[in-house]
Design a protein around this ligand. Structure first.
Ligand code: PLP
Length: 434
């Protein structure tokens, strides 16, 4: 199937983008094509080029592009004049989503959460989560972690580690302390011990926190995967100190790391969970903050927004839950593919002395330098593979293939990655290292 890749397209009129689109654009710079269509794991540019998508909208397209069942559900809904926008009014689409979410996700996992439909971006779900934690506890400080990424609006940005992103704020980003994530000081330092000690010490300077906000696998921060033991410790520390545990599952959730939630079977239950990215199943904007019912102390409209609950996304999200999550088949497939991915990445990394990071279908290779990683992803793109980097220096090449990818196609994409790394190591890098 690789012989059919034709990544030869070019942008017919790049000057349009240079003239009229803000300089803030980013992905479009490393993938300078104009895309027209996509289905499943494939994207097509308008010059006949075809690309295998190992980025999946940063894990927004876990079920692939335009999944036929989700697409049909949406087409039917629109054809029947279903409500497209209804503020936060009760709608049939919302009821169907809530019922399906309750039946297929919450009840089988013994979870009791209320769903708060926030504005449709992940960052808004995080804003709602930290606002609520501050309101309920009457405290200001949020503990977030080194290399955490939680979004780009001021509250969520304050919880984000990356200096370049933080620099865009233009105002002080306060009321957050960034504590060392699992493994930050290497394998010999237990950073949960450090946090516990600081919180127990009345003279450490660390105020009593409203919340501890954590990703179980750090998507943008370099695919650091916390151990279940560490996460359990953090959950225990939050409880002991009267702080709410918020798991930001925006990237790691919806099957990316195995279960629907990334923390399943780890022996703790977060107080608040944020979801977005793959929740709609089709790339439609849709975010959700889940909260324990006792925490639901909002006044009506206290966290508001015009696009709370995107009805089209309700429809596709419910269809995705019914199609993928009503039996264990999908999970078993994802598990198998995750193991396959781990094995292949392990082999590629071993060849060059690199390190594999991540969990489930959220894994990558730390190649040690952002420059090298960029050369590799550029070579991949030339060969028809869309793949991106993450980490503090963009040094981690991140495989976020759609979860529905055929094993053979996954293998073919990894062949491109393997070859590209070899090529770059043999040429540019060998020269640069001299
Ligand atoms: C993407 C992401 C966000 C922000 O979501 P947006 O929809 O881009 O606002 C927050 N947290 C995590 C873990 C993410 O990966």
């Amino acid at each position: 199937m690789l012989t059919k890749l034709k990544p030869s397209g070019s942008i017919p009129d790049r000057s349009l983008y240079e003239r009229r689109e803000s300089a803030v654009r980013s992905y479009a710079r490393s993938m300078p094509r104009q895309f027209g269509k996509a289905e499943g794991v494939w994207m097509h540019d308008d010059q006949g080029g075809r690309y295998l998508d190992f980025l999946s909208g940063c894990s927004t397209l876990n079920y692939g592009h335009n999944h036929p069942i989700l697409k049909q559900a949406l087409l039917d809904y629109i054809a029947a004049d279903g409500i497209a926008h209804g503020l936060d009014l009760h709608t049939e689409a919302k009821a169907e989503f809530l019922k399906t979410f309750e039946e297929l996700i919450l009840e089988p996992r013994g979870l009791d959460y209320r769903a708060m439909f926030t504005g449709p971006t992940g960052t808004n779900a995080v804003e709602a989560a930290i606002k609520l934690a501050r309101k309920v506890t009457g405290r200001e400080l949020v503990i977030a972690f080194t290399n955490g990424f939680h979004g780009m609006t001021l509250g969520a940005l304050a919880c984000t580690g990356n200096a370049a992103k933080r620099g865009g704020a233009g105002v002080p980003l306060a009321h957050v302390s960034h504590e060392p994530y699992d493994g930050y000081y290497g394998p010999d330092v237990d950073t949960a011990d450090l946090l516990e000690q600081r919180l127990a010490d009345p003279s450490s300077g660390l105020d009593a926190p409203a919340a501890i906000l954590v990703e179980t696998v750090q998507g943008e921060g370099g695919l650091n995967a916390a151990s279940p033991e560490w996460l359990r410790r953090i959950a225990g520390i939050a409880k002991a100190h009267g702080a709410l545990l918020i798991v930001d599952d925006i990237q790691a959730g919806c099957g990316r790391t195995g279960g629907f939630f990334s923390f399943e079977d780890m022996g703790f239950t977060p107080d608040i969970v944020t979801l977005a990215k793959s929740l709609s199943g089709m790339g439609l904007p849709f975010a959700l903050t889940l909260l324990r019912p006792e925490l639901d102390q909002w006044a009506p409209g206290e966290h508001n927004g015009t696009f709370r609950g995107n009805n089209h996304a309700f429809v596709t999200a419910a269809a995705a839950l019914r199609h993928f999550w009503s039996t264990g088949d999908f999970l078993r497939d994802v598990e198998r593919r995750g193991a396959l991915l781990a094995k292949r990445l392990g082999r590629i990394a071993a060849e060059h002395g690199f390190e594999v990071r991540g969990r489930g279908m959220m894994r990558g290779i730390n190649v040690g330098s952002g420059e090298l990683a960029a050369s590799v992803t550029a070579a991949c793109f030339d060969a028809g593979l869309i793949i991106e980097t993450s980490g503090p220096h963009d040094e981690v090449i991140k495989v976020l293939a759609p979860l529905v990818i055929d094993d053979a196609v996954l293998g073919a994409g990894l062949d491109i990655l393997e070859t590209s790394i070899r090529e770059v190591m043999a040429t540019d890098y060998a020269v640069a290292a001299e």
